[in-house]
Write a protein that binds this ligand. Structure first.
Ligand code: UN1
Length: 493
């Protein structure tokens, strides 16, 4: 069996304890992907020491030089795109056309980070005193801990790692225990691109090891993507230790379909939003809110198309939808469907695990649609992270917006309408960090701010220029060339 090691200080090393864990292909649980280092506190300590030492040199490398390396990172991701996509599909399940898109998002992020290193603009501002100049510029912070989920095993880590390193920080990356092989390849690519030793480190392992990263006093920033439960625990620790954390957590995203919408287009959007990545995106469409005038018709349209989706291993050509990540997740889909039906939801299609001999080897769940769900139902409120879509009826535009906002989370929202006035009102009123007009709730682009409000986030935005706000501090410099003591707020007034 193939063995995979940690990447610390430019070297591939076993966990100090020598312990390992196994990871399985969710499309076929008989397929063991490999044996991975099971890191613990000592490994975290070693990685943090390396990153801390490397920081002292890396922060002084001119930003455009750091950008040159980021450009190489993009080039190598590009070269390895197809091969890497297969590795990702094998370990987390989504079809290869999706994992190729996942890698593309990292390529875009690398090139964006590279160009941003030539325009990390600061401000130059007049002083209130003579012969004095005020300026402000960004500085790196230090060692950054990156903890991510498995559903976008390359793109989401890249959103944090690449801007953090481009800005002059050093990084300890803990990939998800369900996508460690992708984390290993991330390190291979950084190594080949010439990222100096210690600047980027990968620790494989489980949640308890992530906890050591969060608690380590020399890790100054945490970038986290995962559940709201864990995110809030991280925030608590970071609050006590006075470190910065950027959290990207749960979602329960809704697509509104108005009666004047292009229904065919809304249908394509709903299918892609709900069943793309097997519903396992933070941005996935898990609630549909349909205007009463087109409600029955739209449900009929959905049923026909959902039943045509080809479910299978993501490595098999022609597959539309792969497995869920593991058996626990599959059981959770079964649980939520049972609750939804008991509470009065009407099962339109799906609702069961797949039992054909080929699919029974993996964690396959049917694309599931449950109608007549109201805001009082569990399914309307609980994030599933699987292919289970609820449909609710709206009496009016205002009611649709009310239902859209009846949600503890606020990542992504969408509306399909041809009424331009309603579209603008929706863009203003939908309480999410990301809002789509006539497009599904998934599909964020790497150069735009990404993040959510309410239970989804804590005020930070990854992606685009805003990612640099997470990974830099502002330094203000007062440059006095008057040769006299000038007392602010006193001498000039
Ligand atoms: C996620 O699910 O964590 O907008 C990220 C999208 C993708 C990123 C999803 N570009 O759906």
């Amino acid at each position: 069996m193939e063995k995979f090691k940690n990447y610390i200080n430019g070297a591939w090393v076993d966990a100090v304890s020598g312990k390992t864990f196994l990871n399985y292909n969710p499309a076929n649980l008989e397929d063991i992907i490999g044996e991975f280092a099971l890191s613990d506190k000592e490994d975290v300590q070693n990685a943090v020491m390396a990153a801390k030492e490397a920081y002292e040199k890396w922060r002084l490398v001119p930003a455009p030089k750091r950008g040159d390396i980021m450009r190489k990172v993009g080039d190598i991701f590009n070269r390895r795109k197809k091969e890497l996509a297969k590795v990702m599909t094998r370990e987390m399940g989504k079809p290869t056309f999706e994992t190729e898109g996942d890698v593309q998002e990292a390529i875009d992020t690398a090139y964006y980070a590279a160009s941003e290193t030539r325009r990390l603009f600061g401000h130059t501002v007049p002083s209130e005193m003579n012969n004095k100049m005020n300026l402000s510029f960004r500085t790196p912070i230090g060692v950054v801990g990156v903890i991510t989920a498995w559903n976008f095993p390359i793109a989401v880590p890249s959103w944090k790692i690449l801007p953090a390193i481009a800005a002059g920080n050093t990084v300890i990356f803990k990939p998800s225990k369900d996508a460690p092989h992708s984390g290993v390849i991330f390190a291979e690519i950084m190594e080949e691109a010439g990222v100096p030793k210690g600047v980027f480190n990968v620790l494989l392992g489980k949640g308890s090891m992530g906890d050591h990263i969060v608690h380590h006093p020399d890790v100054r920033v945490i970038g986290f993507t995962g559940s709201t439960e864990i995110g809030c625990q991280i925030a608590e620790v970071c609050g006590k230790l006075n470190k910065r954390c950027s959290l990207e957590m749960g979602g329960k995203n809704a697509q509104i379909v108005m009666d004047d919408a292009n229904l065919e287009l809304a249908l394509e959007g709903a299918l892609w939003g709900a069943f793309g990545t097997t519903g396992q995106r933070c941005t996935a469409t898990s609630r549909l809110i349909v205007h009463k005038n087109v409600y029955d018709k739209f449900i009929d349209m959905l049923k026909v198309r959902a039943e045509k989706l080809k479910i299978g291993p993501g490595l098999q050509a022609g597959t539309d939808m792969g497995p869920v990540i593991h058996m626990k997740s599959l059981e959770n889909c079964e649980r939520i469907v049972a609750i939804a039906v008991k509470e009065g939801g009407r099962l339109i299609t799906g609702g069961k695990r797949c039992t054909t001999p080929e699919l029974a080897k993996g964690c396959f769940f049917e694309p599931t649609i449950i109608a007549d769900v109201t805001e009082k139902h569990t399914l309307f409120n609980e994030e599933v992270f699987g292919p289970v879509l609820s449909v609710s009826k709206a009496d009016s535009f205002e009611h649709a917006i009310e239902l859209q906002n009846h949600c503890e989370y606020g990542l992504s929202g969408s509306i399909y309408t041809k009424d331009v006035n309603k579209a603008w009102v929706a863009a203003r009123e939908i309480q999410t960090g990301i809002c789509y007009i006539n497009a599904p709730t998934i599909g964020a682009e790497a150069h735009m701010p990404f993040g959510g409000v309410k239970g989804t986030g804590n005020g930070h935005r990854e992606g685009g220029w805003t990612a640099f706000d997470i990974f830099t501090e502002w330094k203000t410099v007062y440059f006095d060339y008057s040769d006299t003591l000038q007392r602010a707020q006193i001498d000039n007034y």
